[in-house]
Design a protein around this ligand. Structure first.
Ligand SMILES: [Zn+2]
Length: 254
C-alpha cells in the first residue's frame, strides 16, 4: 500500500468500515510512514467520536502484539460443500423434499450470516480500539459510573456488572458503531487479555447463543433482557465461557 492508497482508506478506517485485511494493511503502512500518521492524527482530531476530554486506557503492547500475531494467521474459510441429490428418479418428489428442507436452512443461513456480519464488525472494532489505543471513553471500575456515562449517550441503559471478585476487572466503557447502530461496549480485563462486550437493544432480530472464532479471536453471541450481546476476546474458550456465564447470571439477578 502506498501513501495515496492509504489516504483514501483513512476516513473509512476512522469510521470502522474497513475489512480486517485492509485495516491491517493500512496499519502496516501507517507504522512505517510518519506523513500518513500525521494525516490520520489530524483527521482523528476532528472526530467528535474520539472526544478529546474523555480519558483513555492504553492497551499493553504485549496484547497488541498478540492480537496482531493471531489476526495475521487468519485461516481461509472452508468452502461449504454442496451435497448432490440423485434427481434422476422421481424428480418431483426430490424437488418437493429439497424445497421443504431448503427453505428452513436458507432462513437459518440468512440469520447466521447476519450474526456473523455483526460479529465481524465487533471484531474489527475490537482490533481498532487496541490499535488506536482508545479502549475506553470512560475509565472506571464502578458499574454505576460506567452505566451513567453510557446511558446519557445512548437510548437505552446497558447492564454493567462488577466481576472483579471472579478475576475479570472492569476497565470502563465506550460507544461503538456496529452495523450502523450505536452500541455500548464494556471493557474487562483478565490478566493481559481484554474482553470487549458489545450490547444493544434487539429491535427485530434476537441473537441466538453461538460461539465462533473470527481472525483468531473468540466470539460469543447471545440475547438477554431484550439486548443482543457480542463478547470478543483473546481469552481461551473456557475462560470466555466462564465470563459470559458470570455476566449473564449477574444481570438475571439485577
Ligand atoms: Zn504514507
Amino acid at each position: 500500500m502506498n501513501c495515496d492508497e492509504a489516504e483514501r482508506f483513512l476516513d473509512a478506517y476512522l469510521d470502522g468500515e474497513l475489512e480486517l485485511s485492509q485495516q491491517l494493511e493500512l496499519e502496516q503502512h501507517l507504522s512505517g510512514c510518519a506523513e500518513c500518521q500525521a494525516v490520520l492524527k489530524e483527521r482523528r482530531e476532528f472526530r467528535a467520536f474520539f472526544s478529546a476530554a474523555a480519558p483513555s486506557f492504553m492497551a499493553p503492547p504485549e496484547l497488541r502484539d498478540k492480537v496482531l500475531a493471531i489476526t495475521r494467521e487468519e485461516p481461509t474459510p472452508a468452502k461449504p460443500k454442496v451435497r448432490q441429490f440423485p434427481l434422476w428418479r422421481r424428480p418431483w418428489l426430490y424437488a418437493a423434499a429439497l424445497l421443504a428442507i431448503g427453505l428452513p436452512i436458507a432462513w437459518m443461513v440468512f440469520y447466521e450470516n447476519r450474526e456473523h456480519r455483526f460479529a465481524r464488525q465487533a471484531v474489527s472494532d475490537y482490533v481498532r480500539a487496541l490499535f488506536v489505543e482508545h479502549l475506553c471513553d470512560v475509565v472506571s471500575p464502578d458499574p454505576q459510573v460506567v452505566n451513567s456515562y453510557l446511558t446519557a449517550k445512548l437510548n437505552f441503559s446497558p447492564p454493567v456488572v462488577d466481576l472483579a471478585s471472579a478475576g475479570y476487572q472492569m476497565r470502563g466503557g465506550r460507544i461503538d458503531m456496529v452495523q450502523n447502530r450505536r452500541v455500548a461496549t464494556l471493557v474487562y480485563r483478565r490478566n493481559k487479555d481484554v474482553i470487549n462486550l458489545f450490547m444493544w437493544p434487539a429491535t427485530r432480530h434476537r441473537f441466538t447463543d453461538s460461539d465462533q472464532v473470527i481472525s483468531g479471536l473468540r466470539i460469543c453471541t447471545w440475547n438477554d433482557v431484550n439486548l443482543n450481546f457480542i463478547a470478543v476476546s483473546t481469552l481461551s474458550d473456557a475462560e470466555l465461557d466462564r465470563f459470559t456465564d458470570l455476566f449473564r447470571g449477574a444481570i438475571s439477578n439485577q
